[in-house]
Design a protein around this ligand. Structure first.
Ligand code: ATP
Ligand code: MG
Length: 459
């Protein structure tokens, strides 16, 4: 519970009770404040916050019942423990309905006081921690933290807004690193199930033989090594959402079982006979094109239609380059905050390179590049030198692959690549031939010769 001393407010109209309680608590390392009635207690709490209240019920001026009601309203996070004579137990129960944490009957035993106070403080600190985490999670996964102004991303936002409050199954498609998991989280945390769990399962990461038990759980003794009953992800996600990532990697056998869950909303544990209800929303994601997988016979069409109630398609970053500057700003701000850095901006040149690059790893790759640049960068501005080497200088824009696919002799392919590189370099310098020749470390004459040879022109 940390080293900070906790402040306990002891409220009782009899001074000898207050003194006794204070002595007991001080011995345990608490700081004690005393008040002789409810009104006095509220004044104490106004003056300086306390961590817990130990309060009698029957007192003059303002009794414990009225005080607890006000305390719960004003300081809902402070636990209140009532103390009461044996005859007052009914009233104590009433006090608990008003939000008191517990009651202790008089005459008390010291041990009972200490145990109750410590437990209440522990639970309060856990609750606080959970709430802090919830808040962090909610801000980090709110729609506001998904960046993008491109038409493609605007469609995604619209989709999230439309689908989040419903219970619909959602299929998210997009290349690796485009933000599928981010979108899945945003849907969950903006849904009516947001207080429930969000359970992730990456279908590609679990060996085929274990996936069924991971999904649906197993009964004791259902297979060698199944020593105990084990709940599956569908059970753990009850009341919440299950995120099935890389769904295309699921075996045909499991696809059939998942289809059944989506149809009947029920499932059985491996080795079990009981039918359990699946109160779970399913969000699936794939970085492969599922309709292609269907054509190849590796994915069930009926399952596809079940999953595909609502489809969100996240475009690759290279098709929405206008999002790049926004994402860069967003990641710089986040790195500054998380790493205590003070990078103010990015140089025009560096941003231009980031915008021109093809980003095969999509937003994740961009995020890593910016993070690295913030760490490496000297001073408050990100420069070209701070970017990964793969981005520096002229980009051949992944032309090699394309040209190989085009076919032809090696010489022809090499020439096509050369032409592409020259074109890119010229575009990047705004067709400044001197500068281009300099960047490519070739003579101006050779450059002009090649522009002519390949018939290059300003695009
Ligand atoms: N539009 C966006 N705005 C802000 N951050 C984003 C955006 N898209 C992706 N990111 C960030 O990029 C990283 C990759 O995103 P995510 O893990 O959601 O991708 P993915 O599509 O699930 O990738 P994979 O297919 O490899 O699992 C994450 O750190 C995420 O926060
Ligand atoms: Mg993912």
């Amino acid at each position: 519970m940390g080293t900070k001393k906790m402040r306990v407010l002891v409220v009782d109209d009899e001074s000898h009770v207050r003194i006794l309680l204070s002595e007991v608590l001080k011995m345990e390392g608490f700081i004690c404040v005393q008040a002789e009635n409810g009104k006095d207690a509220l004044a104490c709490m106004e003056a300086e916050p306390v961590d817990l209240v130990l309060m009698d019920i029957r007192m003059p001026v303002m009794d414990g019942m009225e005080a607890v009601r006000i305390m719960r309203d004003t300081w809902p996070e402070v636990p209140v423990i009532m103390t009461t004579a044996f005859a007052g137990v009914d009233t104590a129960v009433e006090a608990m309905k008003l939000g008191a944490y517990n009651y202790i009957s008089k005459p008390f035993n010291n041990e009972e006081i200490i145990v109750n106070v410590k437990r209440a403080l522990e639970i309060q600190s856990l609750t606080r921690e959970v709430e802090d985490l919830r808040r962090v999670v909610r801000t980090r996964f709110s729609i506001n933290n998904i960046i993008g102004k491109s038409a493609g991303m605007q469609e995604v936002f619209k989709g999230i807004g439309r689908v989040a409050p419903t219970n619909s199954t959602v299929l998210i498609q997009g290349e690796s690193g485009t933000g599928k998991e981010l979108v899945a989280r945003a849907i969950h945390y903006n849904s009516r199930r947001s207080q429930g769990p969000l359970v992730n399962l990456n279908c590609a990461a679990i060996p085929e033989g274990l996936l069924e038990s991971e999904l649906f759980g197993h009964e004791k003794g259902s297979f060698t090594g199944a020593m105990n009953h084990h709940p599956g992800k569908f059970e753990l996600a009850a009341g919440g959402t299950i995120f099935l990532d890389e769904i295309s990697e699921m075996s045909p056998n499991l696809q059939a079982k998942l289809l059944r869950v989506l149809q009947d909303r029920t499932f059985q544990r491996v080795g079990g006979t009981r039918t359990l209800a699946a109160d779970v929303r399913v969000i699936a994601a794939s970085n492969k094109d599922l309709s292609e997988a269907i054509r190849q016979g590796s994915f069930r069409e009926d399952l596809y239609y079940r999953l595909n109630v609502v489809q969100l398609e996240i475009p690759p970053l290279r098709d929405r380059r206008e999002d790049i500057p926004l994402l860069v700003d967003h990641f710089i701000a986040r790195c500054n905050k998380e790493m205590g850095k003070q990078v103010q901006q990015i140089s025009h040149e560096a941003l231009k390179q980031l915008t021109a690059y093809a980003w095969p790893g999509n937003v994740r790759e961009l995020e890593n590049a910016v993070e690295r640049a913030v760490v490496m960068g000297q001073g408050g501005v990100i420069m070209t030198e701070d970017l990964p080497v793969s981005l520096q200088g002229i980009q051949p824009r992944a032309v090699t692959r394309v040209n190989q696919d085009r076919g032809g002799s090696l010489k022809e392919m090499m020439e096509a690549v050369e032409a592409d590189i020259l074109q890119s370099a010229l575009d990047d310098t705004g067709w400044n031939r001197v500068k281009t020749a300099e960047v490519l470390k070739m003579s101006r004459k050779a450059l002009i010769y090649k522009i002519d040879k390949y018939g290059l022109s300003q695009r």
